[in-house]
Write a protein that binds this ligand. Structure first.
Ligand SMILES: NC(=O)c1ccc[n+]([C@@H]2O[C@H](COP(=O)([O-])OP(=O)(O)OC[C@H]3O[C@@H](n4cnc5c(N)ncnc54)[C@H](O)[C@@H]3O)[C@@H](O)[C@H]2O)c1
Length: 292
C-alpha cells in the first residue's frame, strides 16, 4: 500500500504551512481590517469612495486620495457617520497620482500619522482611473498618452510607494488594483482602445509586481469589474444612450453593477481571508463576460 504524503491522522494545524498562514484564524477575523490603514485612490467619488466606506465598516482606517479638491458631499457625510459608529479614522487628500513628488509627500505624511495611531499602512486599493470613448482611427496622441499616464503609470507609482512603506516598516500587505473586464475583452458598441489597453496593462503589471513582492509578504491582485453605474458610465451613456440596451442584453443578472457589489470582493482581497492569493484577477462582472 502506498503511504499518503499527509497521513489521515495529521491535523491541519500540524502541517507547517498552517502555522505560517495568516488565515489560520477564525473566519470572523479573516475579513477584519482592524489595526490596519488602507490607502484608496480615486476615493473622491464613485467606486473608490464606496470602497473606502467598506474598509471603515471592516474596522480599518482609510487614507483617501483623489485629484478632486473635495470628495462628493453625500458620500463623505456617510463616511463621517461610519467613522463614528466604527471608531475608525478617515482622511481626504487632494493628490494627482501621476505626480510622483505629490504621491511621495502625501504617502510619507499619511504613513507617519497611521503609525502614530497604531494602525500602520497595510494595504492599497488603486481605483483612480479615466475613460475616453473615441474611434481608434481618430485617437489623438495626447489623449491616448493621458489614459496610459493615469491608469497605468499613476497606478504603478502609488503601488511602488505603498510597497516602499510596507518594506520600510517591515509589514506585510495587500495591493488591489481596480482593473476592468475590458482588460480581457473588447466591449461591443463602444470604442475605447486606449482604456482597454490600459486595463490589460494593469492586469499584467499586477502579476509582475506579485512575482517581485511576494517574497516580502506583499500580495498583489486585480479586481476586474463589469459595467457599474458611476459618473464614468453616466458620461458614456450620455454620449451614446443606445449602448445601454446592448449592455443589458449581456447582463445575466438583469442589471448593471452598483459600486456596493464590489465591497465584499475588495475586502476579501485586502484581508487575511485571501492570504494565499497573489498574482490573480478576480472578475466580478454579473456574468457579462460569460455571455459576451
Ligand atoms: N464604472 C464602470 O463601469 C467601471 C467598470 C470597470 C472598471 N472601472 C474602474 O473603476 C475605477 C473607478 O471608476 P468609477 O466608475 O468610480 O469612475 P469615477 O470617474 O466616478 O471615479 C474615478 C475617480 O478617479 C479620480 N482620478 C482621475 N484621475 C486621477 C488622478 N490623476 N489622480 C487622482 N485621482 C484621479 C477621479 O477624480 C474620480 O474621483 C476606475 O479605475 C475605472 O476604470 C469602472
Amino acid at each position: 500500500m502506498t503511504q499518503s504524503l499527509v497521513p489521515d491522522t495529521t491535523l491541519p494545524t500540524e502541517i507547517p504551512e498552517s502555522r505560517q498562514s495568516a488565515a489560520n484564524a477564525p473566519v470572523s477575523s479573516l475579513f477584519s481590517l482592524s489595526k490596519r490603514t488602507v490607502i484608496v485612490t480615486g476615493a473622491g467619488r464613485g467606486l473608490g469612495i464606496v470602497l473606502a466606506e467598506a474598509i471603515l465598516e471592516s474596522g480599518g482606517d482609510v487614507i483617501c486620495l483623489d485629484i478632486l479638491p473635495a470628495p462628493s458631499k453625500d458620500e463623505w457625510t456617510r463616511i463621517e457617520q461610519t467613522q463614528k459608529t466604527s471608531g475608525t479614522y478617515c482622511s481626504y487628500h487632494q493628490c494627482d497620482i501621476t505626480d510622483e513628488d505629490a504621491v511621495t509627500a502625501t504617502l510619507t505624511e499619511a504613513a507617519k500619522a497611521a503609525s502614530k495611531r497604531g494602525n500602520p499602512i497595510r494595504g492599497l486599493i488603486s481605483c483612480a482611473g479615466i475613460q475616453q470613448m473615441l474611434d481608434a482611427i481618430d485617437y489623438p496622441l495626447d489623449g491616448f498618452r493621458r489614459i496610459l499616464e493615469v491608469n497605468v503609470t499613476g497606478s504603478f507609482l502609488i503601488a511602488k510607494h505603498t510597497a516602499r512603506i510596507l518594506w520600510d516598516e517591515g509589514n506585510s500587505g495587500s495591493i488591489v488594483f481596480i482593473a476592468s473586464m475590458s482588460g480581457q475583452i473588447a466591449n461591443r458598441g463602444i470604442h475605447c482602445s486606449a482604456y482597454n489597453t490600459s486595463k490589460a496593462a494593469v492586469q499584467q503589471m499586477s502579476r509582475s509586481l506579485a512575482v517581485e513582492w511576494g517574497q516580502y509578504g506583499i500580495r498583489v491582485n486585480t479586481l476586474s469589474p463589469g459595467y457599474i453605474r458611476t459618473s464614468m458610465t453616466d458620461q458614456l451613456l450620455a454620449e451614446k444612450p443606445e449602448i445601454e440596451k446592448l449592455w443589458m442584453a449581456g447582463a445575466l443578472l438583469g442589471r448593471l453593477g452598483a459600486p456596493e457589489d464590489f465591497k465584499a470582493p475588495a475586502i476579501y482581497l485586502l484581508t487575511d481571508g485571501s492570504s494565499f492569493m497573489t498574482g490573480a484577477d478576480l472578475r466580478v462582472d454579473g456574468g457579462h463576460c460569460a455571455s459576451a
